[in-house]
Design a binder for this molecule. Sequence first.
Ligand code: ARG
Length: 459
Amino acid sequence: MSKAWSNRFDKSLDPFIEQFNSSINFDKNLIIEDLDCSIAHARMLGINQIISVKESEIIINGLNEIKNEYLKGEFIPCFPSEDIHYCIEEKLINLIGDLGKKLHTGRSRNDQVGTDLRLWLRKKIDEIIDLIIDLQKALLSLADKNLYTLIPGYTHLQRAQPLSFAHHLLAYIEMLQRDIDRLHNVRDRVNISPLGAAALAGTKIKIDRFVTAKELGFKDIYKNSLDAVSDRDFAVEFVAASSLIMTHLSRLSEEIILWVTDEFSFATLTDKCATGSSLMPQKKNPDVPELIRGKTGRVFGHLQALLTIIKGLPLAYNKDFQEDKEPIFDTVKTVADCLKAMNILIKDGLIIEKENLLRSVEEDFSNSTDLADYLVSKNVPFREAYQTVGSIVKLCLSKKKLLKDLSLAEFQDFNEKFEEDIFEKLTPRNVVDSRNSIGGTGFEQVSLQLKSWKSKLLN
Ligand code: ARG
């Protein structure tokens, strides 16, 4: 097939440069969207009598035939076509003859590639949102079984205050919800049609940009043709939103990696998600969360790459934009894979060691704040109560005791307002249950949160 460029070229490209220039090996991903974009364009050309309705029908049938052949595996886009756009055009001319040469009337690959990419990404955003919802449901189901399972809460990775394990899991559902909201927001800006901006300046052909936008399901069109062909903000926004999804998955992964250590023993990996060591027969490794944590770096890298590609570009289209595709494609694959893997890990990969969790919150000083709060309830100023409890903890440490092991007399040596009911107040279950402020870890609050997420996710 001869090159699609104009007759001004006498000689063919250097073979290495031909490879270097081509994007077909990755932009073949956009084949369905490229065909849909061309079908919409061809129909509009017919409606506006730029070509005859008959011609438009033949072109559309040809494009549908290419789609069928591709879906049946009979047509495989590949080099030496330069990119998917030329590849389809060449194939169409092959199939229907010279009439195929009319398809590119009134458009350029610059508005075409922008349209394809937006169509592709719009669909992928919807798929990623569904995967996030699946993960939220898995977390919700685990949370629902663990309202009364207690887990140490940490600040600075030091024991702070005990929590309902459900509360801990619900925090991730909240983060994921913000991720969904961000994706919806990005989707709104992806969902705008650049088609008809042509190379950069618009066209004198009497096209109708609203017709193609409507057929392709875009909610609006770009107002400025230069902006239309050179805007990649939507790609940056998508990868930025994905970076936050990966950040959230990575934090959860890190916690799971800690939970399954011998030191924590809060959970055990099932065989479905654990891998062995080639050398140490006793080992069960958390490869799944480690891989998710590790893959986060790729997505951050793609964000950096996109920003750097765009930052120095004068208006309008520059070939640098060809470099936007691989970061976007790899981000979509990485995020989708990690969401699926985390879903499996949460659903089938973890056994929560409830006994160990319960024991862990019995054996620390995470009820110290409650001791201070007790004195506050007896009208002792908080800062004074705080100092008193500091001294009590110091005494316990020197005697290798926990707060609950002290006698009432020992408590009263520090403040006579301590009474017998102090022991009741110090049990981890009561410590958790009493934190009933809105959004707190008290069982009543967490039940409300569970209920509201159930009605949102499981309706
Ligand atoms: N393969 C190109 C890309 O991905 C398509 C657009 C080419 N446009 C051009 N004027 N060379 O960006």
